[in-house]
Write a protein that binds this ligand. Structure first.
Ligand SMILES: *[C@@H]1O[C@H](CO)[C@@H](O)[C@H](O)[C@H]1NC(C)=O
Ligand SMILES: *[C@@H]1O[C@H](CO)[C@@H](O)[C@H](O)[C@H]1NC(C)=O
Ligand SMILES: *[C@@H]1O[C@H](CO)[C@@H](O)[C@H](O)[C@H]1NC(C)=O
Length: 448
């Protein structure tokens, strides 16, 4: 059930919550729950795009008095031990840890911090789908990464938990379990072997619209995560994301790889952490990124209204309609001792080492986003992540910017574009408008 508290009231409550209480509530809820909201009404003086960085209030679960139990009944199932033995329907083998800093190679000490693989045992048990000879460019003859989990084809959904509780970000969705998702036509493996995740397109719904949110059962600390998608949810009312987080949020950290709302055309990648993580600059050249920093430099959730450190892509094929019209592409998130980086490769320029299954990030060039370890040691702020897909509708970000225009792809507000005055009304009564609100995923691969 959504609470009808206004944002100012929420802020008031948050401001008056002792940190210990807040942590208490956050614990066990945020390990999986995405409290990822844009506090759109914080200040009318903020630039529109800056709003994208304001992920909203931290501890909304505490306000959800209607069902406090849900805070405790899910995460322990979703986040099992991080030692790699939990991945059920998955395949890869674990390997010894390998450092792979984006820039160079052997310099980063194998301190085992951010790059801890589950077991330091087996190595060459043929986990990589391709032989080392098949990739191109490169000085080195093999990838420093070994496949840990692969989600693809008929078994795609086997390694994920289906979240079937209320949306922690207050969207107008009803997340459903796997059987319901399947029988409702929300998930399938299509004839191309791609995994589809839709929202319900029934014309009118009396309450929330059915949708899907899935979380990997396997967890990882340090990884190279690849998402190859040919289509992502888009359109007024939508708020899709591919992201990850760790336990005891924000202690375990959150890494948002693909995210945006409504008709946005430029992706935003964001990290959210506990106290002490910053980025050294908001300058793209200092950070060596192709994207733009959209908020401040403090990534601590509690100190920034959960703004985190967001970076937006400059290309309009990175998200939404532009992404879909171009056949999507590959997002890559590298989490190593030297920092966390996100790249996007449009369909026609995916590096051959990625397609061959022997990824070599050192050759990929400038990432769209980068959070260097200098001011934010990944081993201190990120651990035991699960990857997550969700598509919510309206809610704390998409709903709150329903009347906003001016961000890339959103030259007209959704209120203008649809002629419907509220996001919730649109979701409830215009199901056919959500025909493009689907993920079509070729694969998710997690390397360690
Ligand atoms: C790894 O996970 C398995 C199953 O969850 C558990 O039995 C085992 O004790 C764990 N090992 C370590 C080192 O955590
Ligand atoms: C795991 O890999 C083996 C051998 O590569 C394959 O036969 C099996 O079908 C795979 N299982 C899954 C769930 O992908
Ligand atoms: C959906 O259900 C059918 C029939 O039981 C099954 O064959 C199929 O594998 C299921 N699909 C998914 C994605 O779970």
């Amino acid at each position: 059930m959504r609470l009808n508290l206004s944002l100012p009231i929420l802020f008031f409550l948050l401001a008056n919550t002792a940190p210990s209480d807040a942590n208490l509530f956050a614990r066990g809820t945020e390990s999986l729950a995405k409290v990822h909201r844009r506090a759109a009404k914080r200040s009318a003086g903020l630039a529109k795009d800056l709003r994208r960085a304001f992920n909203g209030m931290l501890f909304q679960q505490q306000l959800d008095f209607s069902s406090p139990q849900k805070a405790y009944c899910v995460p322990s199932e979703g986040l099992k031990s991080s030692n790699g033995s939990s991945g059920s329907g998955s395949n890869g083998t674990s390997s010894s840890s390998v450092d792979s800093s984006p820039s160079n190679s052997a310099s980063a000490s194998p301190s085992g911090s951010a790059k801890q693989s589950p077991t330091a045992s087996g190595s060459s048990s043929a986990s990589s789908p391709s032989s080392t000879s098949s990739h191109s460019s490169g000085s080195s003859s093999s990838s420093p990464w070994k496949l840990f989990q692969s989600y693809q084809g008929e078994t795609f959904f086997d390694g994920w938990d289906f979240w079937n509780f209320d949306d922690p970000t207050h969207g107008n969705v009803q997340y459903v379990d796997r059987n319901t998702a399947n029988s409702s036509g929300l998930i399938e493996i299509n004839s191309d072997g791609h995994a589809i995740m839709r929202v319900e397109t029934t014309g009118q719904v009396s309450g929330n619209r059915k949708s899907v949110r899935i979380t990997t059962t396997a967890t990882y600390t340090g990884a190279l995560v690849l998402l190859d998608a040919v289509h992502m949810p888009t359109g007024c009312g939508t708020w899709p994301a591919f992201w990850s987080n760790g336990p005891n949020w924000p202690a375990g950290g959150e890494i948002d790889i693909v995210e945006g709302v409504n008709d946005n055309s430029n992706n935003q990648a964001t990290i959210h952490t506990s106290h002490g993580c910053t980025i050294p600059s908001s300058s793209s050249s200092v950070l060596k990124i192709s994207g733009n920093v959209v908020g401040g430099t403090n990534c601590a959730a509690a100190e920034t209204g959960n703004a985190g450190c967001g970076m937006t892509a400059t290309q309009d094929n990175t998200y939404g309609v532009g992404f879909n019209n171009n056949g999507g592409g590959v997002y890559a998130m590298q989490w190593v001792d030297s920092g966390i980086s996100v790249w996007f490769f449009p369909r026609n320029s995916i590096p051959s080492d990625i397609t061959s299954g022997a990824p070599q990030p050192s050759g990929w060039g400038t990432p769209m986003a980068n959070w260097p370890a200098t001011n934010c040691n990944p081993s201190q702020f990120f651990s035991d992540h699960s990857a997550i897909f969700d598509t919510t509708l309206c809610g704390d970000w998409a709903g709150n910017v329903w009347n906003d225009a001016g961000s890339p792809g959103q030259e007209q507000s959704c209120a203008q574009r649809t002629g419907v005055s509220t996001c919730a009304d649109f979701v409830q009564n215009h199901g056919s408008s959500f025909a493009d609100a689907y993920w079509e995923v070729n694969y998710v691969k997690i390397y360690q």
